[in-house]
Design a protein around this ligand. Structure first.
Ligand code: DX5
Ligand code: ZN
Length: 230
């Protein structure tokens, strides 16, 4: 995984057909997805349950590129090894998930994955200040985690700007998660984000037997985001 700040579209398989993950991952990659975003929820840290390391291991062979695993679970540490062994390239934990985030980030890198840190909408940028040398990605949640298809929270744009200034030249991705579509993508791209997670806005209108809409949706989000550079 090399580092750059080009816009990367990361469809969230939370919006995919759960009976067809392998084919859905292959379809979104064939349609232009850069990363595949995998939302793990435990019914405790967030009020929804998805899947765990066994599902990640099962879908891994169907993903050619980056498998980006977003852990909305608490505790995190007992499961890091399992997600790393399942083939996660990036493992992102929430700063709100426990008292020992520093230890969690060390454990993620020790397990051989890139380390990510996610911030809920109410969590300030200052929370990441002492982790900047231990993270490869910071995820700004632009919805409250737990469900797809929610409305983008605009107050987070200012947070992205602050984060971009704090990061400076460090090779840290800024990822946006929640409510990203062609209208909101340019707002966060202009603020400094480079990885755009999108669930409903990518999968709408398509299916594994009709994947062309995935491609059109991905191209529309990317064009809107890249438009702010012109
Ligand atoms: C929310 C998840 C997001 C979400 C994005 O808890 O982390 O990845 O599925 O979905 P949309 O793009 O529909 O907001
Ligand atoms: Zn996510």
């Amino acid at each position: 995984m090399s580092f750059d700040r080009k816009i990367k579209i990361a469809p969230s398989i939370l919006a995919a057909d759960f009976a067809n993950f392998g084919a859905e991952c292959a379809a979104i990659e064939a349609q232009g997805a850069d990363w595949v975003h995998v939302d793990v929820m435990d019914g405790h840290f967030v009020p929804n349950i998805t899947f765990g390391p066994a599902t990640c291991a099962a879908i891994r062979p169907h993903i050619k590129g980056v498998m980006d695993v977003h852990l909305m679970i608490a505790p995190v540490d007992p499961y890091i090894e399992g997600f790393a062994k399942a083939g996660a390239d990036v493992i992102t934990a929430h700063v709100e998930a426990g008292a020992h985030t520093h230890r969690t980030l060390q454990a993620i890198r020790a397990a051989g994955a890139k380390s990510g840190l996610a911030l809920n909408p109410g969590t300030p940028v200052s929370e990441v200040e002492y982790y900047l040398d231990m993270v490869d990605l910071i995820c700004v949640m632009t919805v409250n985690p737990g469900f797809g298809g929610q409305k983008f929270i605009h107050s987070q744009i200012e947070k992205v700007k602050q984060l971009r200034a704090l990061i400076g030249d460090r090779p840290i991705h800024i990822e946006i998660d929640g409510g990203v579509d062609p209208v909101t993508a340019p707002l966060v791209a202009a603020a400094g984000a480079d990885v755009l997670v999108a669930g409903s806005a990518v999968f709408k209108g398509g299916s594994v037997s009709n994947p062309a809409p995935y491609g059109e949706n991905i191209r529309n989000i990317r064009a809107a985001a890249e438009g702010v550079w012109a």
